[in-house]
Design a protein around this ligand. Sequence first.
Ligand code: HEC
Length: 315
Amino acid sequence: MKRGLALALAAFFLALGPSVQAQQTPASQSRPQYHGDYFPNIVLHDQDGRAVRFYDDVIRGKVVAINFVYTTCTTLCPLDTAQLRRLQQLLGDRLGRDIFMYSVSINGDSPEALRRYMRTYDVGPNWRFLTGSREDVTRLQRLLGLRIDDPNDLRNHNASIVLGNERTAQWIRRAAYENPQNLAELLTVFLQNSAPNTSRRSQSYAAAGEVTDNSRGAYLFRTRCQSCHTIGGGDRLGPDLAGVATARPPAWLARWIREPDIMIAERDPVATAMLPRYRNLPMPNLGLGEAEVAALIEHMRTQDQRRTAGPAHGH
Ligand code: HEC
């Protein structure tokens, strides 16, 4: 438990890798001896209104995945939350045993709002939602190595997922677009080891990936859509998209993928009818450009053709 802070911080920045801006120099701000002095015991409240201390109750001695959301977010947090939900499914009963998941509100959401959000995203057990004052939460984000330019700019907030092992002081930051299988592998293999620089890959999670199609559309679908949608594999948080590229008028489809939030706000009749079937989870605006939307629609069409051509589509 009582490891040197210098070692802890070295491992911290090593694990974060070169992509992280060293916007803080915590080592020069304080020279305490224990991790608990770096991560303060800020008091947050969970979805049931229970008070928890950030260091002692949330992260101490644990392997954790933490993201930051707000419940009325219509841009990146829904994707983030959907990715964590896939992660939750991959982790199964390890979650709550040796791996813990938290989503922290950056907007001072009430416990009721958190519970509603959890229902919308069909959040299962052992994934806790936390809320606190904006000031405290911004401080935590910064301590976790997240770059926060303007805490009041909710729409463009930092949607990274932070994975860490408090005991070994390894912390990793991942984009919301990360494949949940990679996140699962980091949590179950990489972060379980005590040496910070092990790069051994797990067979189980790494090999579980789907056949790789490297087209732009396939890549975008995997990173932006797949946590909520399949094409022919059944509903996830959103509907199965099999046949949708043919069934919907092209202009409607392109606009929907580009700005679903605006179409929902305008009470587009198709969108309004779909919403209640998906627990009122609004499809997020993922900030895609026209070319990206076209590539996605092309990918959906190709997948439809492959499926209708049957499994042996080599003729
Ligand atoms: C956070 C979950 C989420 C993500 C991420 C997401 N969607 Fe959706 N999507 C939904 C939900 C939920 C609906 C159902 C409508 C609603 O409730 O807003 C939907 C509806 C749709 C529909 C309309 C289906 C129909 O029957 O007309 C299309 C098309 C679609 N999504 C495409 C995409 C594409 C392409 C992406 C990736 C760029 C994407 N979605 C990302 C949740 C998501």
